[in-house]
Write a protein that binds this ligand. Structure first.
Ligand code: NAP
Length: 276
């Protein structure tokens, strides 16, 4: 049977994943297709059973099902279990459906080379921050500080990680000079959302790296502000593409072209912005 892949979510029509995976399938000569599936909020279990019954080769999971899907899978990889969220499901040779989370590692791959001794500030303690923080810890980056509007959520994450510290946004802003990498994971700056900054950058360290995982728009207010300080900035497209590339490699055993895909999406999103 021809292989087929999917992404499930609600809403799903905005997802860039179908186009990304269809392009890679063609480029890598994999005879398969990838489709978006809108799942009603109270129909997740039936949707998963249907995907299994119809022999789906693997699928991505997006908002709001990343946590809720876990009980319906046959197995969940340890790191996804730790994060408590799955974004990629892989069909094994013995027809089991196993959940993984490629978001955090995808983010790390999009950063390029960073050093284990770097001090890393993560702004936000939601789903994306959890994936990134767990992946950083697993990869040996332990100098982690989590700053969140609701500081208690940052504390819970730090306790789980058994590494790092939790601070308020105010403390993060006032001690910014300590940090080599700043990772913005809140929805602030998304198109049609509040355009304010989660923290001011007056104390930004020279040569810091500022990453914002929001990719719509490509240049968020935080990225725009960081550029004034002449530091390296990274937008969220890299994370999107690299998490997808990891899923593609789990399914098909080959690594697709990430740089070409980032450029294709920049062109498509109408931006002329390139990370540097
Ligand atoms: P989430 O679980 O809802 O978490 C949102 C986080 O943002 C929480 O820590 C929340 O703080 C904080 N926050 C929300 N509004 C805020 C405000 N006005 N001021 C300060 N903090 C605020 O969301 P998520 O799933 O982590 O996603 C977050 C963003 O990442 C979204 O914009 C999403 O599109 C983007 N994302 C990008 C990628 C990618 O591939 N590039 C992947 C995943 C997600 P509280 O705890 O105080 O509420």
């Amino acid at each position: 049977m021809k292989k087929w892949f999917a992404v499930i979510g609600n809403p799903i029509s905005h997802s860039l994943s179908p186009e990304m995976h269809e392009t890679w399938l063609k480029q890598m000569n994999v005879d398969a297709t990838y489709i978006p599936i809108h799942v009603e909020l109270d129909h997740l279990e039936q949707a998963v059973e249907s995907l299994k019954l119809l022999g789906c080769s693997g699928w991505n999971v997006t908002v709001p099902f990343k946590e809720a899907i876990i009980p319906y899978l046959d197995e969940v990889d340890d790191s996804a279990k730790g994060i408590g969220a799955v974004n990629t499901v892989v069909k094994t040779l013995d027809n089991k459906y196993v959940g993984y989370n490629t978001d955090g590692l995808g983010f790390i791959n999009s950063l390029g080379r960073i050093l284990p001794e770097y001090n890393i500030l993560i702004i936000g303690a939601g789903g994306a921050a959890r994936g990134i923080a767990h992946a950083l810890k697993t990869q040996g980056f332990t100098h982690l500080t989590i700053a969140n509007r609701t500081v208690e959520k940052a504390r819970v994450l730090v306790e789980e990680l058994k590494a790092g510290q939790a601070v308020t946004l105010e403390v993060a802003e006032n001690t910014l000079i300590k940090f080599d990498v700043i990772v913005q994971t809140t929805p602030l700056g998304m198109k049609n959302s509040d355009a304010s900054l989660p923290i001011q950058l007056h104390q930004l360290k020279e040569n810091a790296i500022v990453a914002d995982i929001v990719y719509n728009p490509l240049v968020t207010p935080l990225i725009e502000e960081a550029k004034k300080y002449n530091v390296r900035t990274i937008n969220g497209l890299g994370m999107l593409v690299h998490q997808g590339a990891l899923a593609f490699s789990y399914w098909n055993g080959v690594n697709p072209d990430t740089d070409g895909m980032i450029q294709q999406l920049i062109d498509q999103l109408g931006g002329n912005y390139v990370n540097r």
